[in-house]
Design a protein around this ligand. Structure first.
Ligand code: AMP
Ligand code: GLY
Length: 426
């Protein structure tokens, strides 16, 4: 099979690394890829949001399956365009990708489906948004309806913060048109976890849970990022909770989307809050998490390719997925300054030494090769040092051993990945 993976980050390196191991694979491309992906796939210089060029490439090269990493091309309709010309794709239509693209749409589906979630209101004018906030009181959560690069959420502990968030998002438009509509919802207190399922429009296949670390600094301090590390399994998601999440948060969404004429195909990523009152759905994403995908692929024993193909062909009820017994953990190495302005094009050494640590694979997120053939950092999140081990403690030891073999003075990482899991064990 000829496969095209769309994207160029750590998630796509993990997907390519895993797909490369499939005996069914004849050719693997990645658009645009990165310096690490080059080792396992042919990188093609097409941006992940350049839908027209991606569709033309898939057609001209008779690609058998397209696997889309990020949400943006899905929201732009890449899957619809590929389906129109008969190319199989694992990823949702634009209409179904609205589960991530519009928080208001997502909340309406979730409410209609009877999925446990925070109460909410949708607002298109500032006065009624503020009146709702005054009526409900703080703490309360204010969100832009549209995509705001993961930043359009204010968890307001006071009334003033919540009202200010309305002014910023809808008045000053700090997130542009994403703030034309707001979702205001109940504050939920608990432990967060991510759960992933594959869907084919009617069936859902459970994968596993992971936990990530959104804040930039140790001890969950500092600004939010795309994710500084992750691990799986997530001890808070017990087998009982996982079964409940499938029954109450995944399958009802698949049925409701199908009933609405927007069948969901692709990865359904449920952001969960495990509260004292039980599980609550915070949000859906319509793709694998980054860096959660890195640990999922490290743990997956089954061949990924026939599973994704079954997803694209509506046959997920006919496949199963097996997992290694090992735990997996990823430490993200970012460029100094991230998530604010950071240095670019600094040279990274020691990659072979890091990859030489038992159980370790260094997945690239934001890298390129310079004219001398050296690997350089080109993004904020640059590497995902991924390790497996018999326990999360062993995986963590191996990952940090590898981190310490890297020669990249301009990079940094958190030193406390998986602290929740380790605290639980202790
Ligand atoms: P989201 O983009 O919706 O995942 O929100 C980003 C982060 O904000 C989540 O990962 C949570 O940490 C937090 N958050 C979102 N919604 C709520 C809520 N209703 N209650 C408490 N925290 C929330
Ligand atoms: N790591 C969280 C996300 O991919 O949205």
């Amino acid at each position: 099979m000829k496969v095209l993976v769309v994207g160029g980050g750590g998630r796509e390196h993990a997907l390519c690394w895993k797909l490369k191991q499939s005996p069914l694979l004849s050719r693997l491309w990645c658009a645009p890829g990165n310096a690490g992906i080059r080792d396992v796939a042919e990188c093609v210089a097409i941006g992940s949001e350049d839908v027209d060029t991606l569709v033309a490439f898939a057609r001209d090269n008779a690609v058998d399956l397209v696997v889309v990493g990020p949400e943006a091309p899905l929201v732009l309709g890449l899957a619809d365009r590929l389906n129109q010309i008969g190319i199989k794709v694992f990823g949702p239509s634009a209409a179904a990708a609205a589960l991530e693209g519009s928080k208001g749409f997502m909340k309406d589906v979730v409410w209609k489906a009877g999925i446990p979630t925070a109460w909410y209101g949708r607002f298109t004018d500032m006065d009624s948004a503020k009146a709702f906030i005054r009526e409900k009181g703080a703490p309360i959560v204010v969100k832009t309806d549209g995509l705001a690069a993961g930043k359009g959420v204010v968890v307001a502990m006071t009334l003033e913060e919540a009202l200010q968030a309305v002014d910023d998002m809808m008045g000053t438009k700090v997130f542009g048109d994403a703030g034309n509509e707001l979702v205001i919802e109940e504050f939920l207190d608990g432990e967060e976890a991510s759960f992933f399922a594959l869907c084919d429009g009617k069936n859902a296949l459970a994968l596993v849970a992971a936990q990530d670390h959104k804040r930039v600094g140790d001890g969950d301090t500092g600004p939010n990022t795309g994710g500084m590390g992750a691990y799986s399994p997530a001890p808070v998601v017990t087998p009982e909770i996982q079964a409940e999440v499938m029954e109450r948060c995944i399958l009802p969404a698949v049925r409701t989307m199908a009933a609405e004429g927007k069948p969901f195909t692709g990865v359904l990523f449920a952001g969960l809050m495990i509260t004292k009152a039980g599980i609550k759905l915070l949000e859906y994403n319509v793709r694998f998490g980054d860096p959660e995908c890195q640990v999922l692929m490290a743990r997956m024993k089954s061949d990924l390719l026939p599973i994704l193909l079954a997803g694209a062909e509506g046959r997920l009820d006919q496949v199963s997925v097996e997992w290694h017994d090992d735990c997996a953990l990823v430490v993200v190495m970012a460029a100094e300054g991230y998530p604010a302005a950071y240095k670019k094009n600094t040279v990274i050494g020691g990659l072979d030494a890091a990859n030489g640590v038992q159980g370790v694979t260094v997945l690239h997120a934001g890298t390129a090769l310079n004219d001398n053939g050296q690997v350089i950092a080109t993004g904020g999140r640059v590497l995902g040092v991924t390790a497996t081990g018999a326990t999360v403690a062993q995986a963590r030891e191996r990952a940090y051993d590898a981190v310490d073999r890297l020669q990249w003075p301009e990079g940094f990482c958190r030193r406390d990945i998986a602290w929740r899991a380790l605290a639980r064990d202790a």
